[in-house]
Design a protein around this ligand. Structure first.
Ligand SMILES: N[C@@H](CCC(=O)N[C@@H](CS)C(=O)NCC(=O)O)C(=O)O
Length: 114
């Protein structure tokens, strides 16, 4: 697995937290937001929105941190992150939908600086 990320991106590090909790092995490729590498043609071919993170797992390429985390939870269910009970799962999704995704150094991120 290869995670395209940026160390100060909260969207990327919540995927790193999920990968860590699930004890999954992965490689990291830094996409420097400071250097605007998210706008390169090469990166946009993976993630047309030009945002980190992007996860590549074999022939699967995924964007959006929460979609990535839910994919990981279903694809690698040995350690579960989401509860199986539908109500608890909905409450969990409701909670994470309310959490803003912000960069610690938000000046580097137009999308998170709102
Ligand atoms: N909803 C997206 C948000 C991704 C996002 O906004 N990432 C920020 C870093 S935290 C980014 O890549 N910003 C690039 C930019 O502002 O050009 C997710 O959860 O993955």
């Amino acid at each position: 697995m290869l995670l395209y990320d940026y160390s100060k991106s909260t969207a990327a590090y919540r995927v790193r937290i999920a990968l860590g909790l699930k004890d999954l092995t992965y490689q990291r490729e830094t996409v420097s937001l400071l250097d605007k590498h998210q706008y390169s043609d090469a990166y946009r071919s993976l993630n047309p929105a030009g945002l980190v993170p992007t996860l590549v797992d074999g022939d699967v390429t995924l964007s959006q941190s929460l979609a990535i985390i839910e994919y990981l939870d279903e694809r690698y269910p040995q350690v579960k992150l989401l509860p199986s009970d539908p109500v608890q799962k909905a409450q969990c999704r409701s909670l994470h939908s309310t959490l803003p995704v912000m960069c610690i150094h938000s000046i580097t991120c137009e999308f998170c600086n709102t």
